[in-house]
Structure formats: structure tokens, C-alpha cells
Design a protein around this ligand. Structure first.
Ligand SMILES: NC(=O)c1ccc[n+]([C@@H]2O[C@H](COP(=O)([O-])OP(=O)(O)OC[C@H]3O[C@@H](n4cnc5c(N)ncnc54)[C@H](OP(=O)(O)O)[C@@H]3O)[C@@H](O)[C@H]2O)c1
Length: 328
């Protein structure tokens, strides 16, 4: 089969399409014929020299994929089942979805609801799973429908899908972006208002900012997350999933002890089966209300992945990049 292999030998990185065999790690692994994969920020980290994310010197990249089960001994996952494959160490410490076939344990598999095609499953992908997990976490915490919900990194994968899902569920989503030229596209995704990245830092000279946000979904981290915490309304929460600006968080306890705000961590990688099921069920419910096509930045072949990874690394994508491993 054809696959996109990332390897590093003596500090020299190579990313290339090769002919390789799909190999199972455990006899119980299920083989999935991949129809689509998606490009995530994490894939760019895996395909970087001296990567601290990639845990093997050589592997097939791709932290997610969708397709159809080709071989399986598990009666709960019969041949022909349409699935999304993501999470755990896929594309990080074992071969991933940038290939015509991928072996995975069943705990990586989520059967797709009828309302979600294999293509739309990868428009959603790990980014959309994270976005919906963030929405559900905020709703569980208690989300005020009359207040504004901030979404950072709004043109990216997690951000644009969070915006789309919040809007489809009737919330007032405000997009924060460093790409003002994409304002029209962000309004079309459901933003009620757009602000610049720098506008998040309200009254930086004070310990606390004004109470602006009824909730927030943040995939940026660093200073951005600090300023969100200082400007959440009393009792509100931010769902934090990412680190595109920085993994560091320098903040203080005032928002927590004087405004009772909450910082909720979101993890798509180790999400237990109950969470996966809950999130994919919610995605299946919202899918008929969402037009996924405008969320696709472009669809690429394995041969075009190096360029696609560069654009996500440089923050130059809008929505999601899809990969079709079977087209040459
Ligand atoms: N916790 C989890 O399980 C989980 C799952 C999926 C993703 N993630 C994380 O979530 C983050 C986003 O992933 P993604 O796939 O959505 O990436 P992405 O498509 O590259 O989107 C990131 C967006 O952040 C904004 N951005 C880029 N550089 C920035 C900077 N230096 N400062 C502020 N904003 C910046 C850009 O949007 P604008 O131009 O619109 O500002 C960019 O489009 C990553 O850190 C990823 O590792 C975590």
C-alpha cells in the first residue's frame, strides 16, 4: 500500500510517500481501509525535526482517518462498518492514517452515525471532536445562551468547528482571529462578532479585566488563555485544548477565587469510550444542520502532504485540510 512515512535518522528528517505493508501490533487489531484522513496541527509537530511529539524514529503519519473496516474478528466491529479512527498513539507512536490502510485496536474506533459521511467525519476529525467535546464540557458546566462565547484560533480546525457547532446550537459565538481577511468566512461559519487576537488582552494594567465572556473555547494557550481567565464572567468557564501560541500559562488565582471561574481541560487523545460515544452522538445530531463543505480548506494527495503540513505549521490554513490516500 502507499503511505506517507516520517522518519528521522541522525537528526535528518525525511517525509516521503513509500510503498509499505500495514502491520498489526496486536492480533486483535482491526484493519481499516482509509477513505479520508485530515491534517492536524499535531501532524505538523510529528513531521518536524527533533519532534518531542513523535515517539518513533520512523512511522506512517496521520493522527486520524475515516473509512471502512476491512478485516476484523470483533463481532462489535464487523467488516463493512464505517468508522472514524483517532486518538491514543495513532500517528505518534504507531502507524497512522496517512495510508491506504491502517491497523488499530477497537478502542481507537468510533462507528460513524448515519448522518455523517466518511468525508465529513474527517472534516470533523480530531479537531472537530475536540471542538464538540469543548462545547459539551461548557454546556455541562452551565452555558448562558444570552452571553457571548469566545472562540480563539477561529480560522483553524478546532476554532472553525467550535464556531460552527456553537452557532448551530444557538449560542452567540465571537471569533478571535489573527486573520482579519477571513472575516466574511468567519461570519458565514456563524460568528456574531469578530475581534483581533490582541483585543483579548482587555485592561492589561489591572489584575482582572471586565467580565466579558459567558464562556470560551481556547486552542491557543499562553497569554491568550491568561487574558481569557481574567475576562470571564462570574461563574463562567473556558475549555482549553491547545498551545499554538505557547504551552506556558502564567496567571494568578484572582479569577478563580473572586469570580469562581473554571478552567476545563479538553483531551481528545485519551478520551475514554463513554466520552467518545457521547461526542460522536452529539456530532451525529448536529451534522444535518451543518454544511461541512465550506470548512474544507483543500483536499490533498499523499504527495502534497509536505506542503499541507507547512501551511498548518505556519497558521496559513482555513478550516480543515483533507487527505485522500487512495488517489495518486
Ligand atoms: N487537547 C487535544 O486533545 C487536542 C486535540 C486537537 C487539537 N489540539 C490542539 O489545538 C490546537 C489547534 O489545533 P488545530 O488542528 O485546530 O490547528 P490549526 O488548524 O493550525 O489552527 C490553529 C489556529 O490558531 C491560530 N494561531 C496560529 N498561530 C497562533 C499564534 N502564534 N498565536 C495565536 N493564535 C495562533 C490561527 O487562527 P487565527 O489566524 O484565526 O487566529 C490558526 O489557524 C493545537 O495546539 C493542537 O495541538 C488539542
Amino acid at each position: 500500500m502507499r503511505s506517507f512515512v516520517v522518519s528521522e535518522e541522525q537528526g535528518v528528517l525525511s517525509c516521503e510517500v513509500r510503498a509499505s505493508e500495514a502491520t498489526a501490533q496486536e492480533p486483535s487489531d482491526v484493519l481499516v481501509a482509509v477513505e479520508f484522513s485530515g491534517v492536524n496541527y499535531k501532524d505538523a509537530l510529528v513531521a518536524s525535526a527533533h519532534s518531542r511529539v513523535r515517539r518513533l524514529p520512523s512511522l506512517v503519519g496521520g493522527v486520524d482517518a475515516s473509512g471502512t473496516i476491512a478485516t476484523s474478528d470483533d463481532p462489535n466491529f464487523p467488516v463493512g462498518t464505517r468508522v472514524a479512527v483517532h486518538g491514543d498513539d495513532l500517528g505518534v507512536a504507531r502507524d497512522g492514517g496517512f495510508a491506504e490502510f491502517v491497523f488499530a485496536p477497537t478502542r481507537f474506533l468510533s462507528p460513524l452515525p448515519e448522518t455523517i459521511s466518511n468525508r465529513d467525519a474527517m472534516v470533523i476529525g480530531t479537531a472537530g471532536f475536540t471542538a464538540m467535546a469543548s462545547v459539551l464540557a461548557l454546556e455541562h458546566h452551565g452555558l448562558d445562551r444570552t452571553g457571548e462565547i469566545l472562540v480563539t484560533g477561529a480560522t483553524g480546525g478546532v476554532g472553525s468547528l467550535a464556531l460552527t457547532f456553537l452557532s448551530a446550537r444557538g449560542y452567540l459565538a465571537v471569533a478571535s482571529t489573527g486573520s482579519p481577511e477571513e472575516s466574511r468566512w468567519l461570519f458565514e461559519r456563524g460568528a456574531v462578532r469578530i475581534i483581533g487576537r490582541e483585543d483579548i488582552a482587555d485592561r492589561p494594567d489591572r489584575v482582572l479585566a471586565g467580565e466579558r465572556w459567558a464562556g470560551a473555547i481556547d486552542c491557543v494557550g499562553g497569554e491568550t488563555l491568561h487574558h481569557i481567565l481574567r475576562s470571564l464572567r462570574y461563574g463562567a468557564a473556558v475549555a482549553a485544548s491547545g498551545l499554538v501560541a505557547s504551552p506556558d500559562l502564567h496567571t494568578n488565582v484572582y479569577p478563580f477565587i473572586t469570580r469562581a471561574v473554571s478552567l476545563i481541560g479538553i483531551d481528545a487523545v485519551e478520551a475514554p469510550e463513554t466520552t467518545r460515544r457521547r461526542v460522536w452522538t452529539a456530532l451525529g445530531g448536529i451534522a444535518p444542520k451543518v454544511d461541512f463543505t465550506p470548512l474544507v480548506d483543500r483536499t490533498v494527495r499523499l504527495e502534497e502532504l509536505v506542503d499541507a503540513l507547512d501551511s498548518i505549521r505556519n497558521g496559513k490554513t482555513r478550516g480543515r485540510i483533507l487527505v485522500t490516500p487512495t488517489s495518486s
